[in-house]
Design a binder for this molecule. Structure first.
Ligand code: HEM
Length: 397
């Protein structure tokens, strides 16, 4: 491991680069010092790791040897009860609610139909258009969603204060889907109002931004890989042919989307929705020859592992077929790991499966400009990912 000058590293570390590349900061240092090196980042001495084994060790030892340690600026954005920021018993309590909620909803037919309805309405809004700014539209939808949720929470709190009665003495009715979703969380008696609010936002916003980014990455990668588009289309055509007319998709259909799943995994490996996570060492830690002093920041870099050529053949190539090797799953960490492993991973994949079903059956597209995904470190498309779209007339729907 090499020692580096302590000042000015954070800016270099955060310098935007193609999210489907390592970026010059990591490239230069990994070349000079190896996969694990010392630096000074986010105001603290830090160990930066692009090593799969060390990263897994860090993630799995959460709350024992290491702990979540996001910068103060992020606390203001996420709120102090966000799952990403809390630790110990509070983390366990809030995480149980989220995991329980997601695992009970994700395969329910009314939930899946709601997801599909939303996707269909998005694609219908593309009718008669030749161009869409995909990433920009996805982001605007996020802002709309955030303010709707906040309004709904306020409305619910006010209603509760008025014993749930309207002017004419009847229970106020919210949209059925919203009511069911909110009730499941709001009925939890062991949570205070702030914790409930935080959970709803964690699920909707944490899940929304990342899933929208992944959709954009997939659209981008497939836009440059016509053979992948073709294979995907065959898979979804065969699923559609097995169904009656416009019959909604269900969990069994999702389970048949094998190639779609491989495309999703490959887009996560290459696109890096989450480049790295923030941790700190709770005590002095020794891992193989590496010494991590107590109190130091520790940054497991997922991008580093995803492009590690000792783990992946031609790592920079977008190749969904590499996922036929079952071992691949053990060599990437797009959803983190250990006690903080993303609770929404499966949910995101089913949403992506449904999204791709309608997308490839309804449209073909070209990426209009020379736009690319940039790690800022969160993924951005500078020009909003402008697509030239045209209806796919040769498919049954
Ligand atoms: C492409 C989609 C997604 C990606 C790449 C992703 C990635 C991640 C990663 C890397 C973490 C670990 C953070 C850390 O260890 O510090 C995480 C945590 C989390 N994710 Fe996701 N996520 C995605 C979708 C979702 C969805 C759909 C939801 C909710 C419905 C969700 C909710 C959460 C929550 C609540 C946490 C905090 C878990 C904890 O600290 O215990 N994510 N996600």
């Amino acid at each position: 491991m090499g020692w580096l000058p302590f000042l000015g590293e954070t800016l270099a570390f955060l310098k935007p680069h193609k999210s489907n590349s390592l970026g010059s900061f990591l490239q230069k240092r990994c070349f000079r010092y190896g996969k694990v090196f010392k630096s000074h980042l986010f105001g603290s001495p830090a160990i930066v790791s692009c090593d799969l084994e060390l990263n897994m060790f860090i993630l799995q030892n959460e709350d024992k040897l290491f702990q979540t340690s996001y910068p103060k600026a992020i606390h203001g954005i996420l709120g102090k009860y966000s799952l990403l920021l809390v630790s110990g018993d509070l983390h366990k309590k809030l995480r149980n609610v989220i995991v329980g909620f997601i695992s009970s909803s994700k395969s329910k037919s009314n939930f899946l139909q709601c997801v599909e309805k939303l996707l269909i309405s998005m694609f219908e809004s593309w009718n008669d258009r030749e161009q869409v700014s995909f990433f920009k539209e996805a982001k605007t939808a996020r802002e709309r969603l955030a303010s709707t949720v906040k309004d709904l929470m306020k409305e619910r709190a006010a209603l509760k204060g008025e014993a749930g009665l309207t002017d004419d003495g009847h229970e106020e009715e919210l949209e059925e889907d919203e009511e069911e979703f909110l009730d499941a969380i709001l009925a939890k008696e062991n949570l205070n109002e702030e914790e409930k609010m935080s959970i709803v936002l964690d699920i909707l916003l944490g899940g929304y931004e990342t899933t929208a980014t992944l959709m954009a990455l997939i659209v981008y990668f497939i836009g440059h890989a016509p053979h992948v588009f073709q294979r995907l289309k065959e898979e979804h055509q065969s699923i559609r042919e097995s169904k009656k007319g416009k019959e909604p998709l269900n969990w069994e259909d999702y389970k048949k989307m094998e190639f779609t799943y491989h495309v999703t995994c490959e887009a996560m490996r290459c696109g890096n929705v989450v480049k790295f996570v923030h941790r700190k060492a709770l005590q002095d830690v020794k891992f193989k020859e590496i010494f991590i002093p107590s109190g130091w920041k520790v940054l497991p870099i997922f991008t580093g592992v995803h492009f590690d050529q000792s783990l992946h053949e031609k790592p920079l190539e977008f190749n969904p077929w590499r996922w036929t090797d079952k071992e691949m799953r053990k060599k990437v960490t797009p959803f983190g790991g250990g006690p903080r492993l993303c609770p929404g991973a499966e949910l995101a994949k089913v949403v992506i499966g449904f999204f791709l079903h309608h997308l490839v059956l309804k449209y073909r597209w070209k990426i209009k400009t020379d736009d690319l995904p940039l790690a800022y470190p969160y993924v951005e498309f500078r020009r909003g990912l402008i697509l030239e779209i045209e209806p796919a007339e040769d498919t049954i729907e």
